[in-house]
Structures are given as C-alpha cells and as structure tokens.
Design a protein. Structure first.
Length: 536
C-alpha cells in the first residue's frame, strides 16, 4: 500500500474532498486498491458534520448502534457507544478512533478549503486548488462534501452591526460558549434549534426563540445503553444490518400498518402513543400512507399537536408551537425537553411567520415595532442543502463547463453519483440519491463501495476515463422527479426542495424511491457493465 504521507506531494491517483464519514471511508477503500490518495478537508479534524456542529445539545438523532460504520466487523465489535443518541463529542471521538485505527491521518490535509476543481482533457486529470492557492492533481476526484455542510446565514439587515457575538450552530466555537447571565436570541427551530434551545435555556438568564415555522418534535428518550442490549445487537449485527438495508430508509423501523385512515381511532392512538413513548424517528413508520393521504397525515399531526397542548402550559404558546404544515413535510425533529422548555420563566417564543425579523440592531432583534434586546445571537438557520457544498466550489469539467451554471435551475446527476461533462468525478450521496432520506452512514458506505468497484472494473478493463451519458442522466433525473411528485413531500416548503434559500429553484433533490430500490438499480447498472456510462 502506498500513501501520500508527504506534505509536498502534489500528484495523486485520487483526490477526495472532505474528511467526514464519507471521505474517511473513501480513503480507506481507495488505499486498499493501492492508490495514492490525498483527502483535502476544510476543517481542523476528521468527522465532517460531527466536527463542525458543536452547538450545545448536539447529538445524532438516529440510533447509533446503526448510525455507525459496518464495513469492519472488528471496528463494529470493539467500539463502545455509551448512549442511544450519543453527543457530538462522542461521535467526533469515534471519527478520530476510526482515523487512528485505519491510519488515515497521514493522507488527510486539514484546514484546506477547496475553492476550485478543474478537469484537463489533455492530461486527463483533475486539479484542485485550496484557499491558500495550493494545487494538487489526480486522475480521479471524489466529492465527499456532505449534504448539510454549506452553512445558511440569512441576510438579516444590520447583522454586522450587532454589538455582541453571533454564532451559527454549524460553526460553533471550539471550546464552547458560556451564556451564563446573558440574554440570548435563538433564530430557527429546525433540528439544530430544537436540540440547542433546551440546553441554552438552562444556562442563559433569558432566552428568546424566534420561530418562523413550528416543527414536529418527537421526544428522543435518550438514555445510557444497557450492556446486555449492546451485547445482543453486537451478536446479531450482520442480520440486523441486513434488515435495516432492506428497509425503505436504511433504518430498521418496523411499520405499524399500511394505512392510518383504515385503522380505527383507538388503534391509531395506541400506535402513536407507543411510538411517542419509545421516542425517535421511528414515529414516521407508524403508517405507510402519511405522504400519500392528507387525511392519514392529519391524524399524526393532530396527535402531536395534542401532545404539545398537554405539555406547554400557556395555551397561546402551545398554539404557536403546534405545527400547521404536513407531518414529515420538513425533516422530523427529535428533542429532549423541547416543548417543556417553553414552560420556563426565562424563555419567550416570538412568532416571525407573518411579521418577520426586520433587522438586527446593535442591541438586539427588531420584529415590526418590537425590539428584543439581547447580548448574543444564535443562528440555528440551517444549510444550503445537497447542492450548496458543491456549488460553492468552482468546478469545471469538459470544455470548461461550470457545475454552478449547469445546476442553476436544478441539480442533475446520474444516480446522484456522477455528472455528465465531469469525467472521473464522483459525488458521495449527491442529489438524486436517497441520501438525506436515509440513515446516512449506510448510504455513504453503499456509494463508496459502488465507486470502488467501478474503479476496480475500470482497471480490469484497462480504461481510465468514465463519464455518465447525458441521456442516461436525463432519464434518471426525470425518474427522480416523477416519483418525488407522487409524494406530498414535494408540495411542501423544506430544505429538501431548497425553499429555505432565497432564490434557490424549487426541486425535490433526494431520490424518494427508498434505499433498497436505489441499491438494486445501482447494482443492476454495475452488473450490466455500467450502463449509462461511457469509458475510454
Ligand atoms: P433547518 O432544519 O433548515 O432549520 C432552520 C431553521 O431556521 C428553520 O426553523 C427556519 O425556518 C429558520 N430560518 C431560516 N431562515 C430564517 C429567517 N430568515 N428568519 C427566521 N427563521 C429562519 O436547519 P437545522 O436545524 O440546522 O437542520 C438541518 C438538518 O440537519 C436537519 O433537518 C437534519 O437533517 C440535520 N440535523 C440533524 C441533527 C441530528 O441528527 N441530531 C441535528 C441537527 C441537524 P423555516 O422552517 O420557516 O424555513
């Protein structure tokens, strides 16, 4: 095995952009093939999402015995998770352990944001340029840039004039922030807001939450993992992982029933109550028709609204917190004491759905006539999802084709894996793949394995240039759109559709046909000699 353990080296077989879970595993698999690889990472350590999102209360909301790598049985057996939903710190420690265990560190270059990537038809190589002007070339370029990594900071008028600190949840200072005795504003009530609000409320003197859209929040019921339960899972890991892979979201969520409408009210409430008590994202699998029947959807919505009304003591606040949009329209949130937090005396909820945040003044936040004076602002305002991280890089393919320009109206990628006019470039969990609708780590592993097999196939065939055909790509994009239109999810406002970003075209970006159907399609394409791709 060769590695790129030479900081002055600039020529490689493959460049990987990003050292999150995708980039780390890609490095491992490419090195296994004897490739010289350099991973180029903007952050200061491995872990991607779990390096950047250090906000108070940050923890994964997928059960971690399954939100973890499965490529190495030894790793899977030896690592000890402590909680059902571990904290960012524990997830980052896991990422570092993986980098230690598989000696990934020497091939990763940190603090190096990639700004440009250019294909040369003449040399048949990619040249990647980082923020300090360093250039590296390689035959292959793999974008492991993440689906939720490009931070969205809304252009609030006057934000730069605020007299105190402003922290985005996804760019939280290393070492944390002490809000003791302070008046804090949190803007945003998606997953990051839902997790951070209860923790900040415990520390701050006063917390004002600015909510534009109320979200559905299912209790996490986080807890320490019981050693007997862990041993049982570890003893049956292959079987349990296979079950998860065979399920729609790559998570093993047993489906309660085919139709919420067909079930009696009593049955339904029993099912919802049991899932509420168990906690977590499995609530979504209570019935199979939430996204095809408004009536079914409303039963789950109303159950959760009633829970909120039961928890939050002030009826006006409870009504504000009760979501109005379809259940599962936006990504479901999982929280700890989220609704209970609004019973605290030091917490105020401000509705900015109709009267929006007009401006940030040096002393606070102005909404219409009201000024909320605060000492610090937390932006829990999310990401330019799925396309943001790629469009941020000036990527040029054949004949200087610009990815930004080609994706101006909508992202287009074959299987969400590769893009016509961008030879020898692969994207991990790109738009048009199930990605964010699934458990991310199994999805990442499936993409990395597919890319690795494809490169091995190329070597065997004696070819070194691969590019998806424009026609195959168009057909895939049409299929992705067609099935998205069958779901009510495509009718909503959410980051899945880009509607959280001003001016971003509304396109449902992930593949909604489910993990098993997608994997089958990828496998069929590979087995048939990579149909839809041209090799040279
Ligand atoms: P998000 O879901 O996009 O939430 C952003 C919030 O900011 C929304 O409430 C949004 O309101 C609000 N907002 C944005 N611009 C605003 C403006 N100009 N004025 C007022 N409010 C504004 O982002 P996120 O919470 O960071 O979560 C993103 C995704 O990351 C999640 O859906 C999840 O997939 C992932 N995530 C996972 C975890 C986990 O595993 N535990 C934790 C955090 C995040 P609108 O809804 O009205 O747009």
């Amino acid at each position: 095995m060769t590695n790129a353990n030479d900081n002055s080296a600039t020529e490689f077989d493959a460049l990987v952009v990003g050292a999150g879970f995708a980039g780390m595993y890609m490095l491992y698999r490419l090195r296994e093939q004897g490739m010289r690889v350099r991973v180029v990472e903007a952050g200061g350590s491995v872990g991607g999402t779990w390096y950047w999102n250090r906000y108070p209360g940050a923890r994964v909301d997928t059960e971690t015995m399954f939100y973890s790598y499965q490529f190495s049985s030894e790793l899977q057996q030896e690592w000890e998770w402590t909680e059902r939903y571990p904290s960012q710190q524990e997830l980052h420690a896991y990422a570092k352990h993986v980098a230690d265990r598989f000696e990934l560190w020497p091939d990763i270059q940190f603090d190096s944001p990639v700004e440009k990537a250019r294909w040369s038809e003449e040399d048949q190589t990619w040249t990647v340029t980082t923020g300090d002007g360093t250039q590296m070339t390689a035959r292959y370029c793999i974008m492991a840039t993440g689906c939720l990594s490009s931070v969205n900071t809304p252009k609030f008028k006057g934000l730069e004039n605020f007299s105190g600190p402003v922290h985005h949840t996804a760019r939280w200072p290393d070492g944390g922030v002490d809000f003791t005795g302070q008046r804090v504003a949190v803007i945003g009530t998606g997953s990051s807001g839902v997790q951070s609000i209860p923790v900040i409320a415990e520390q701050a003197a006063e917390l004002t939450v600015f909510q534009r859209t109320a979200n559905y929040v299912i209790p996490a019921h986080n807890r320490s993992l019981d050693p007997a339960e862990v041993a049982e899972i570890k003893a049956n890991y292959p079987e349990l992982r296979a079950k998860a892979s065979a399920s729609f979201s790559g998570n093993y969520f047993p489906v309660g029933g085919p139709s919420a409408v067909a079930a009696s009210e009593e049955e339904r409430n029993r099912e919802y109550e049991s899932r509420w008590q168990t906690g977590g994202l499995a609530f979504m699998a209570a019935y199979a028709d939430f996204m095809t029947s408004e009536e079914a959807n409303e039963t789950a919505s109303e159950f959760i609204r009633n829970k909120i009304r039961g928890i939050v003591k002030d009826p006006a606040t409870a009504e504000l917190l009760a979501p109005k949009q379809l259940f599962m329209c936006k990504r479901l949130c999982v929280g700890t004491d989220y609704y209970e937090t609004y019973n605290r005396e030091n917490v105020t909820l401000v509705d900015v759905s109709e009267t929006v945040i007009d401006e940030i003044l040096p002393e606070g936040v102005r909404v219409g006539e009201a000024v909320y004076e605060v000492d610090a602002i937390v932006l829990a305002t999310g990401f330019d999802a799925m396309t943001g991280a790629l469009k941020r890089i000036d990527i040029r393919g054949v004949e200087d084709a610009s990815l930004r320009d080609l994706w101006e109206d909508a992202p287009r990628a074959y299987l969400g894996l590769a893009i016509s006019k961008f030879p020898n470039m692969f994207i991990i969990t790109g738009p048009g793949s199930p990605s964010v609708l699934t458990n991310m780590i199994p999805s990442i592993e499936q993409h990395v394995d597919w890319i690795t097999d494809c490169l091995a196939h190329m070597r065997k065939q004696g070819v070194s240039r691969i590019e998806p055909d424009a026609e195959a790509q168009e057909q895939w994009v049409a299929h992705v759109n067609e099935i998205a239109d069958l779901s009510m999810r495509a009718t909503c406002s959410s980051w899945y559709l880009g509607s959280n970003i001003e001016g971003k075209p509304r396109v449902f970006m992930p593949y909604i046909g489910g993990f098993p159907a997608y994997v089958r399609k990828c496998d069929e394409i590979a087995a048939a000699g990579y149909t839809g791709f041209s090799f040279r």
